[in-house]
Design a binder for this molecule. Structure first.
Ligand SMILES: Nc1ncnc2c1ncn2[C@@H]1O[C@H](COP(=O)(O)OP(=O)(O)OP(=O)(O)O)[C@@H](O)[C@H]1O
Ligand SMILES: [Mg+2]
Length: 368
Protein backbone atom coordinates (compact mmCIF):
# COMPACT_ATOMS: atom_id res chain seq x y z
CA UNK A 1 0.00 0.00 0.00
CA UNK A 2 1.37 3.38 -0.97
CA UNK A 3 1.85 5.49 2.11
CA UNK A 4 0.26 8.85 1.81
CA UNK A 5 1.08 11.80 3.95
CA UNK A 6 -1.91 14.01 4.59
CA UNK A 7 -0.51 16.84 2.55
CA UNK A 8 -0.53 14.54 -0.51
CA UNK A 9 -4.04 13.23 -0.07
CA UNK A 10 -5.99 16.20 1.28
CA UNK A 11 -6.88 19.49 -0.32
CA UNK A 12 -4.83 22.47 0.74
CA UNK A 13 -7.80 24.20 2.34
CA UNK A 14 -8.63 21.15 4.45
CA UNK A 15 -5.01 20.78 5.49
CA UNK A 16 -4.86 24.44 6.49
CA UNK A 17 -8.10 24.10 8.39
CA UNK A 18 -6.73 21.14 10.35
CA UNK A 19 -3.57 23.09 11.16
CA UNK A 20 -5.53 26.12 12.24
CA UNK A 21 -7.81 24.09 14.53
CA UNK A 22 -4.86 22.20 15.97
CA UNK A 23 -3.41 25.48 17.21
CA UNK A 24 -6.57 26.43 19.09
CA UNK A 25 -6.84 25.70 22.78
CA UNK A 26 -9.08 22.80 23.83
CA UNK A 27 -11.80 23.61 26.36
CA UNK A 28 -12.25 21.23 29.26
CA UNK A 29 -15.34 20.59 31.34
CA UNK A 30 -15.80 18.90 34.71
CA UNK A 31 -18.13 16.19 35.96
CA UNK A 32 -19.87 18.79 38.10
CA UNK A 33 -20.32 21.13 35.16
CA UNK A 34 -21.77 18.31 33.05
CA UNK A 35 -24.25 17.54 35.83
CA UNK A 36 -25.24 21.12 36.63
CA UNK A 37 -25.56 22.03 33.02
CA UNK A 38 -27.57 19.07 31.86
CA UNK A 39 -29.66 18.38 34.96
CA UNK A 40 -32.77 19.42 33.12
CA UNK A 41 -32.05 19.05 29.43
CA UNK A 42 -34.26 21.76 28.02
CA UNK A 43 -34.22 22.54 24.30
CA UNK A 44 -31.96 25.50 24.98
CA UNK A 45 -29.48 23.43 26.93
CA UNK A 46 -29.30 20.87 24.13
CA UNK A 47 -28.80 23.62 21.58
CA UNK A 48 -26.07 25.21 23.64
CA UNK A 49 -24.37 21.85 24.17
CA UNK A 50 -24.49 21.07 20.43
CA UNK A 51 -23.04 24.49 19.59
CA UNK A 52 -20.23 23.90 22.06
CA UNK A 53 -19.44 20.47 20.58
CA UNK A 54 -19.64 21.82 17.05
CA UNK A 55 -16.75 24.15 17.93
CA UNK A 56 -14.88 21.96 20.38
CA UNK A 57 -14.78 18.53 18.72
CA UNK A 58 -12.93 19.65 15.55
CA UNK A 59 -10.29 21.29 17.75
CA UNK A 60 -9.75 18.11 19.75
CA UNK A 61 -9.69 15.94 16.62
CA UNK A 62 -7.24 18.28 14.85
CA UNK A 63 -4.79 18.05 17.77
CA UNK A 64 -4.80 14.27 17.36
CA UNK A 65 -4.48 14.31 13.56
CA UNK A 66 -1.35 16.44 13.72
CA UNK A 67 0.12 14.25 16.41
CA UNK A 68 -0.70 11.04 14.50
CA UNK A 69 1.11 12.49 11.49
CA UNK A 70 4.31 13.17 13.39
CA UNK A 71 5.06 10.14 15.52
CA UNK A 72 8.63 8.99 16.10
CA UNK A 73 10.10 5.66 14.93
CA UNK A 74 8.06 5.80 11.73
CA UNK A 75 4.99 4.77 13.67
CA UNK A 76 2.95 7.28 11.65
CA UNK A 77 3.25 5.23 8.49
CA UNK A 78 2.16 1.88 9.89
CA UNK A 79 -1.03 0.80 8.13
CA UNK A 80 -3.19 0.57 11.29
CA UNK A 81 -2.04 4.01 12.42
CA UNK A 82 -2.89 5.49 9.02
CA UNK A 83 -6.32 3.92 9.32
CA UNK A 84 -6.88 5.54 12.70
CA UNK A 85 -5.60 8.89 11.38
CA UNK A 86 -8.05 8.71 8.49
CA UNK A 87 -10.97 8.12 10.88
CA UNK A 88 -9.94 11.29 12.70
CA UNK A 89 -9.66 13.21 9.42
CA UNK A 90 -13.06 11.96 8.21
CA UNK A 91 -14.73 12.96 11.45
CA UNK A 92 -13.02 16.35 11.34
CA UNK A 93 -14.32 16.88 7.79
CA UNK A 94 -17.85 15.79 8.74
CA UNK A 95 -17.95 18.23 11.62
CA UNK A 96 -16.49 21.15 9.71
CA UNK A 97 -18.90 20.71 6.83
CA UNK A 98 -21.88 20.68 9.18
CA UNK A 99 -23.46 24.16 9.14
CA UNK A 100 -24.00 26.22 12.25
CA UNK A 101 -26.47 24.64 14.70
CA UNK A 102 -29.28 27.21 14.95
CA UNK A 103 -32.46 25.38 15.95
CA UNK A 104 -33.71 22.09 17.33
CA UNK A 105 -33.98 20.48 13.89
CA UNK A 106 -30.27 21.21 13.27
CA UNK A 107 -29.54 19.98 16.76
CA UNK A 108 -31.17 16.60 16.08
CA UNK A 109 -29.20 16.16 12.85
CA UNK A 110 -26.02 17.17 14.61
CA UNK A 111 -26.67 14.65 17.38
CA UNK A 112 -27.07 11.92 14.78
CA UNK A 113 -23.80 12.97 13.16
CA UNK A 114 -21.76 12.82 16.37
CA UNK A 115 -23.39 9.54 17.29
CA UNK A 116 -22.15 8.13 13.97
CA UNK A 117 -18.72 9.60 14.59
CA UNK A 118 -18.55 7.83 17.96
CA UNK A 119 -19.37 4.54 16.22
CA UNK A 120 -16.73 5.18 13.54
CA UNK A 121 -14.10 5.36 16.27
CA UNK A 122 -15.19 2.24 18.17
CA UNK A 123 -12.15 0.21 17.19
CA UNK A 124 -9.46 2.81 17.68
CA UNK A 125 -7.87 1.09 20.69
CA UNK A 126 -7.36 -2.38 19.13
CA UNK A 127 -6.33 -0.84 15.81
CA UNK A 128 -3.69 1.39 17.43
CA UNK A 129 -2.56 -1.64 19.43
CA UNK A 130 -1.87 -3.45 16.16
CA UNK A 131 0.28 -0.55 14.98
CA UNK A 132 2.21 -0.54 18.25
CA UNK A 133 2.64 -4.30 18.05
CA UNK A 134 4.17 -3.94 14.56
CA UNK A 135 6.54 -1.31 15.90
CA UNK A 136 7.52 -3.60 18.72
CA UNK A 137 8.30 -6.35 16.23
CA UNK A 138 10.43 -3.98 14.12
CA UNK A 139 12.43 -2.92 17.14
CA UNK A 140 13.08 -6.45 18.25
CA UNK A 141 11.33 -8.43 20.88
CA UNK A 142 13.68 -7.45 23.67
CA UNK A 143 12.81 -3.80 23.70
CA UNK A 144 9.66 -2.95 25.60
CA UNK A 145 7.66 0.21 25.38
CA UNK A 146 9.18 1.38 28.65
CA UNK A 147 12.28 1.93 26.62
CA UNK A 148 10.29 4.14 24.27
CA UNK A 149 8.95 6.75 26.68
CA UNK A 150 7.85 9.09 23.90
CA UNK A 151 5.57 6.43 22.43
CA UNK A 152 4.19 5.62 25.84
CA UNK A 153 3.50 9.30 26.56
CA UNK A 154 1.88 9.72 23.18
CA UNK A 155 -0.46 6.79 23.86
CA UNK A 156 -1.38 8.19 27.27
CA UNK A 157 -2.27 11.54 25.66
CA UNK A 158 -4.04 9.93 22.77
CA UNK A 159 -6.22 7.60 24.85
CA UNK A 160 -6.94 10.28 27.43
CA UNK A 161 -8.15 12.57 24.67
CA UNK A 162 -10.27 9.74 23.31
CA UNK A 163 -11.92 9.17 26.69
CA UNK A 164 -12.81 12.88 26.81
CA UNK A 165 -14.20 13.04 23.28
CA UNK A 166 -16.30 9.94 23.83
CA UNK A 167 -17.54 11.21 27.16
CA UNK A 168 -18.67 14.51 25.62
CA UNK A 169 -20.39 12.84 22.67
CA UNK A 170 -21.87 10.08 24.82
CA UNK A 171 -23.19 12.61 27.29
CA UNK A 172 -24.84 14.75 24.62
CA UNK A 173 -26.39 11.75 22.86
CA UNK A 174 -27.63 10.26 26.15
CA UNK A 175 -29.44 13.50 27.04
CA UNK A 176 -31.81 12.71 24.18
CA UNK A 177 -33.06 9.52 25.79
CA UNK A 178 -36.84 9.71 26.11
CA UNK A 179 -37.00 7.90 29.41
CA UNK A 180 -33.65 8.18 31.12
CA UNK A 181 -33.17 5.67 33.93
CA UNK A 182 -33.89 7.18 37.36
CA UNK A 183 -30.99 9.18 38.75
CA UNK A 184 -29.18 9.47 35.43
CA UNK A 185 -28.04 12.69 33.80
CA UNK A 186 -26.80 11.47 30.45
CA UNK A 187 -24.07 8.95 31.21
CA UNK A 188 -23.63 10.20 34.76
CA UNK A 189 -25.53 8.57 37.59
CA UNK A 190 -26.02 10.87 40.57
CA UNK A 191 -26.15 7.97 43.01
CA UNK A 192 -23.89 5.12 42.04
CA UNK A 193 -23.36 2.51 44.70
CA UNK A 194 -19.71 1.44 44.35
CA UNK A 195 -20.48 -1.76 46.27
CA UNK A 196 -23.16 -2.63 43.73
CA UNK A 197 -20.93 -1.82 40.76
CA UNK A 198 -18.18 -3.89 42.35
CA UNK A 199 -20.58 -6.84 42.68
CA UNK A 200 -21.41 -6.68 38.98
CA UNK A 201 -17.76 -6.37 38.03
CA UNK A 202 -16.98 -9.37 40.25
CA UNK A 203 -19.61 -11.47 38.47
CA UNK A 204 -18.21 -10.50 35.06
CA UNK A 205 -14.57 -11.00 36.00
CA UNK A 206 -15.23 -14.33 37.70
CA UNK A 207 -17.14 -15.56 34.63
CA UNK A 208 -14.16 -14.66 32.46
CA UNK A 209 -11.91 -16.48 34.91
CA UNK A 210 -14.19 -19.54 34.84
CA UNK A 211 -14.08 -19.58 31.06
CA UNK A 212 -10.30 -19.47 31.03
CA UNK A 213 -9.38 -21.69 33.98
CA UNK A 214 -12.52 -23.67 34.79
CA UNK A 215 -12.68 -22.18 38.29
CA UNK A 216 -12.41 -18.78 39.96
CA UNK A 217 -11.25 -17.58 43.40
CA UNK A 218 -13.78 -16.02 45.76
CA UNK A 219 -14.09 -12.25 46.00
CA UNK A 220 -15.40 -10.55 49.17
CA UNK A 221 -16.63 -6.97 49.28
CA UNK A 222 -16.43 -4.77 52.38
CA UNK A 223 -18.31 -1.48 52.43
CA UNK A 224 -21.70 0.10 52.92
CA UNK A 225 -23.99 -0.98 50.06
CA UNK A 226 -26.23 2.05 50.65
CA UNK A 227 -23.38 4.51 50.15
CA UNK A 228 -23.78 6.37 46.85
CA UNK A 229 -21.98 9.11 44.94
CA UNK A 230 -22.07 10.74 41.50
CA UNK A 231 -20.01 9.01 38.84
CA UNK A 232 -20.15 7.37 35.42
CA UNK A 233 -21.07 3.76 36.22
CA UNK A 234 -19.64 2.39 32.96
CA UNK A 235 -16.21 3.88 33.76
CA UNK A 236 -16.32 2.56 37.31
CA UNK A 237 -17.31 -0.92 36.18
CA UNK A 238 -14.55 -1.01 33.59
CA UNK A 239 -11.81 -0.05 36.09
CA UNK A 240 -12.90 -2.49 38.80
CA UNK A 241 -13.36 -5.24 36.22
CA UNK A 242 -9.80 -4.79 34.90
CA UNK A 243 -8.29 -4.81 38.41
CA UNK A 244 -10.26 -7.90 39.37
CA UNK A 245 -9.23 -9.80 36.26
CA UNK A 246 -5.60 -9.16 37.16
CA UNK A 247 -6.08 -10.31 40.75
CA UNK A 248 -8.11 -13.36 39.79
CA UNK A 249 -5.49 -14.40 37.27
CA UNK A 250 -2.63 -13.97 39.74
CA UNK A 251 -4.38 -15.93 42.51
CA UNK A 252 -5.66 -18.59 40.16
CA UNK A 253 -2.25 -19.21 38.61
CA UNK A 254 -0.50 -19.31 41.97
CA UNK A 255 -2.96 -21.70 43.59
CA UNK A 256 -4.01 -23.74 40.58
CA UNK A 257 -2.13 -26.82 41.73
CA UNK A 258 -2.42 -26.25 45.46
CA UNK A 259 -4.42 -28.80 47.41
CA UNK A 260 -6.10 -26.19 49.63
CA UNK A 261 -8.54 -23.42 48.77
CA UNK A 262 -7.08 -20.24 47.40
CA UNK A 263 -7.28 -17.06 49.51
CA UNK A 264 -10.17 -14.76 48.62
CA UNK A 265 -9.65 -11.40 46.94
CA UNK A 266 -10.84 -8.48 49.06
CA UNK A 267 -12.53 -5.36 47.73
CA UNK A 268 -12.83 -2.51 50.24
CA UNK A 269 -14.89 0.60 49.51
CA UNK A 270 -14.11 3.70 51.59
CA UNK A 271 -15.99 6.98 51.39
CA UNK A 272 -13.87 9.94 52.36
CA UNK A 273 -14.71 13.61 52.11
CA UNK A 274 -12.55 14.15 49.08
CA UNK A 275 -12.16 10.72 47.57
CA UNK A 276 -14.00 7.49 47.27
CA UNK A 277 -11.27 4.85 47.36
CA UNK A 278 -11.63 1.27 46.29
CA UNK A 279 -8.90 -1.13 47.30
CA UNK A 280 -8.51 -4.50 45.66
CA UNK A 281 -6.17 -6.84 47.52
CA UNK A 282 -5.04 -10.24 46.43
CA UNK A 283 -2.60 -12.84 47.65
CA UNK A 284 -1.53 -13.78 44.15
CA UNK A 285 2.20 -13.49 44.75
CA UNK A 286 2.71 -9.84 43.84
CA UNK A 287 4.85 -8.26 41.15
CA UNK A 288 8.64 -8.09 41.34
CA UNK A 289 9.87 -4.53 42.01
CA UNK A 290 11.81 -4.54 38.76
CA UNK A 291 8.56 -5.17 36.88
CA UNK A 292 6.53 -2.49 38.63
CA UNK A 293 7.30 0.39 36.29
CA UNK A 294 6.56 -1.78 33.26
CA UNK A 295 3.00 -2.61 34.28
CA UNK A 296 1.93 0.91 33.28
CA UNK A 297 3.23 0.66 29.75
CA UNK A 298 1.06 -0.41 26.87
CA UNK A 299 1.49 -3.93 25.60
CA UNK A 300 3.52 -5.06 28.60
CA UNK A 301 2.02 -8.30 29.73
CA UNK A 302 3.21 -11.51 31.27
CA UNK A 303 0.35 -13.32 29.57
CA UNK A 304 0.63 -14.84 26.13
CA UNK A 305 -0.25 -11.98 23.82
CA UNK A 306 -2.93 -12.82 21.27
CA UNK A 307 -1.45 -9.98 19.20
CA UNK A 308 1.79 -11.83 18.71
CA UNK A 309 0.02 -14.37 16.50
CA UNK A 310 -1.28 -11.59 14.29
CA UNK A 311 -4.80 -12.11 15.62
CA UNK A 312 -7.20 -9.19 15.61
CA UNK A 313 -8.02 -8.00 19.08
CA UNK A 314 -11.53 -7.13 20.15
CA UNK A 315 -12.65 -3.91 21.73
CA UNK A 316 -14.05 -5.68 24.76
CA UNK A 317 -11.69 -8.57 25.11
CA UNK A 318 -13.30 -11.73 26.25
CA UNK A 319 -10.13 -13.08 27.76
CA UNK A 320 -8.53 -12.81 31.15
CA UNK A 321 -5.32 -11.09 30.13
CA UNK A 322 -2.95 -10.65 27.28
CA UNK A 323 -3.14 -7.16 25.88
CA UNK A 324 -1.25 -5.26 28.53
CA UNK A 325 -3.79 -2.42 28.37
CA UNK A 326 -5.80 -3.11 31.50
CA UNK A 327 -3.79 -1.04 33.97
CA UNK A 328 -2.70 1.96 31.87
CA UNK A 329 -6.19 2.48 30.44
CA UNK A 330 -7.85 2.09 33.85
CA UNK A 331 -5.51 4.72 35.27
CA UNK A 332 -6.52 7.12 32.48
CA UNK A 333 -10.20 6.57 33.27
CA UNK A 334 -9.50 7.33 36.94
CA UNK A 335 -7.47 10.44 36.12
CA UNK A 336 -10.01 11.72 33.65
CA UNK A 337 -12.28 12.82 36.51
CA UNK A 338 -9.45 13.81 38.83
CA UNK A 339 -8.81 10.42 40.45
CA UNK A 340 -5.83 8.08 40.28
CA UNK A 341 -4.81 4.45 40.38
CA UNK A 342 -1.89 3.03 42.34
CA UNK A 343 -0.56 -0.48 42.52
CA UNK A 344 1.55 -1.60 45.45
CA UNK A 345 3.01 -5.05 45.58
CA UNK A 346 4.69 -7.34 48.05
CA UNK A 347 6.58 -9.82 45.99
CA UNK A 348 6.04 -13.29 47.38
CA UNK A 349 2.69 -12.35 48.88
CA UNK A 350 0.26 -10.23 46.89
CA UNK A 351 -0.83 -6.97 45.33
CA UNK A 352 -2.98 -4.04 46.47
CA UNK A 353 -4.54 -1.74 43.91
CA UNK A 354 -5.92 1.59 45.16
CA UNK A 355 -8.47 3.23 42.93
CA UNK A 356 -9.06 6.83 44.04
CA UNK A 357 -12.10 8.61 42.65
CA UNK A 358 -12.55 12.30 43.13
CA UNK A 359 -15.82 12.83 44.90
CA UNK A 360 -16.66 16.41 44.16
CA UNK A 361 -16.11 16.03 40.47
CA UNK A 362 -15.26 19.69 39.95
CA UNK A 363 -11.80 18.90 38.61
CA UNK A 364 -11.49 19.81 34.95
CA UNK A 365 -10.79 17.16 32.33
CA UNK A 366 -7.09 16.76 31.56
CA UNK A 367 -6.57 17.99 28.01
CA UNK A 368 -3.53 16.48 26.35
N1 LIG B 1 -2.76 -8.27 40.86
C1 LIG B 1 -1.67 -8.61 40.16
N2 LIG B 1 -0.85 -9.59 40.59
C2 LIG B 1 0.25 -9.96 39.89
N3 LIG B 1 0.63 -9.38 38.72
C3 LIG B 1 -0.14 -8.41 38.23
C4 LIG B 1 -1.33 -7.96 38.92
N4 LIG B 1 -1.87 -6.94 38.20
C5 LIG B 1 -1.07 -6.78 37.11
N5 LIG B 1 -0.03 -7.64 37.12
C6 LIG B 1 1.05 -7.74 36.10
O1 LIG B 1 0.99 -6.58 35.28
C7 LIG B 1 0.87 -6.95 33.91
C8 LIG B 1 0.09 -5.88 33.18
O2 LIG B 1 -1.26 -5.82 33.62
P1 LIG B 1 -2.39 -5.26 32.64
O3 LIG B 1 -3.69 -5.43 33.29
O4 LIG B 1 -2.00 -3.88 32.21
O5 LIG B 1 -2.26 -6.19 31.36
P2 LIG B 1 -2.66 -7.73 31.23
O6 LIG B 1 -3.50 -8.13 32.40
O7 LIG B 1 -1.42 -8.49 30.97
O8 LIG B 1 -3.53 -7.72 29.90
P3 LIG B 1 -4.97 -7.00 29.72
O9 LIG B 1 -4.78 -5.88 28.72
O10 LIG B 1 -5.84 -8.07 29.15
O11 LIG B 1 -5.41 -6.47 31.04
C9 LIG B 1 0.22 -8.31 33.93
O12 LIG B 1 0.49 -9.06 32.77
C10 LIG B 1 0.84 -8.93 35.19
O13 LIG B 1 2.13 -9.43 34.89
MG1 LIG C 1 -5.17 -6.99 32.95
Amino acid sequence: MAVRRLSESLSRTLMEDIHRCSLKKQTGVSLKYMMDFSGYPTGNNLLFSAQFLHKELPVRLAHRVIELENLPHRLSIKAPVLKVRDWYVDSFKDLRSFPEVLNSADELKFTELIHQIKIRHNNVVPTMAMGIQQLKEDLGRKMGLNELPEIHQFLDRFYMSRIGIRMLIGQHVALHQRRPPAGYIGLICTHVSPVEVAQNAIDDARSACMRTYGSAPEVHVYGDPSFKFAYVPTHLHQMIFELLKNSLRAVQELFMDADHDCPPIRVVVADGNEDVTIKISDEGGGIPRSGLSKIWTYLYTTAKSPLANGEQIQDTPNVMAGYGYGLPISRLYARYFGGDLQVISMEGYGTDAYLHLNRLGNVQEPLP
